[in-house]
Design a protein around this ligand. Sequence first.
Ligand code: PLP
Length: 402
Amino acid sequence: MKRSARENLKATKLVTTGRTGDFADKVVNPPVWRASTHLYENCASLREGPKSNEDGRFFYGRRGAPTQWALADALTELEPDAAGTVLYPSGLAAIVGALLTVVKNGDVLLVADNAYDPTRNTAMSLLKRSGVECRFFDPLDLQSYEAAFCERTKAVMLENPGSLTMEVCDIPALAAIAHDKGAVSLIDNTWATSLGFAALANGCDIAITALTKHVGGHSDLMMGAASAGERWYPRLRMMAQQLGHVVSPDDAALALRGLRTMGLRLERTTESAFAIAQWLDAREDVAAVLCPMLPGTPGHDLWRRDFTGGCGLLSFVLRDLDDAARCRLVDALDLFGIGYSWGGFESLALPFDVPPVRKVMEWPRPEWGVGEALGIRLSIGLEDAGDLIADLDRAFAAMDQG
Ligand SMILES: *Cc1c(COP(=O)(O)O)cnc(C)c1O
């Protein structure tokens, strides 16, 4: 597995970041500042508002307080080329808030056809009602992507790897084309986080992360973030204010705590996921393992070129079986919970089917030779990889017994 100098640098940053400033010099962690009201010296400073204090941040609780700022600052420091980070009450809120920042009535938005399903829903409902036209494109086909741009195309929504189906695309090329066409590129970078993929440094304008997943890491909070450079950060902030988005200081403190161990957790889950992917790949009843870290899988070369790390989220497709068999397998697992979300310390399994709304990208892939692609997604946690493989082995046997 690839380890770069940048990754090593980030191990130290994960420990030191978000701890500087006036608020956290006497204790290790920034205190939890519960605040709606910020107090002013006198009427004159009240009238000056944010200008009345040194960094212009104390104003009113909806703009956060030092606990939230410490988290936002830490995320900014971990994202090369970022000028700032805005926090949102969920990953989806971050996606919606960022999209509303970049498109308006009359604009065209291009959305990668393998994007997170709620992203597609927002594009096809809320944005459509707001007069934004959404067009889906195949992010693996640069030619048709380039041809999809028109005068009105204002933004491109990317995700890497794709949700559930894990296709890795050429983000530097996709972002460069968007840039040439005068469009803003946004990326949902939840899978890799800034540790595994430096989204802004690879040409994207706005990097979105569901902090619910790897940053939280303990399945006990919901939060999202969007980081950007000087051009987009102030506008993201303004839109978040208009939408009334704020996160609680308690959740921000939990996310900061999660961040401290994120590097270690990702290293461990990447290693376990790699071992499990290899084990699955050797099975006759598995038509395909969808895991960018696995050599020989489509997208592996791009993953090696662009990523500085992986994670524990992978999928696989069963060969010549039916949904009942798939459910027998998932139900027989002991160490994997059945549920949404991922990136926690515990392993999860989920049967998935690619929704029929997906039109541009082929699914199942023709080379698998399967009529129906019965998918299972695994989120690998911190359990012993050998125990997880033994659990999977038992569940496959239970599936076969009918
Ligand atoms: C979970 C997820 C989100 C949304 O995050 P929430 O905090 O659950 O709203 C966004 N993008 C991807 C790729 C996700 O997996």
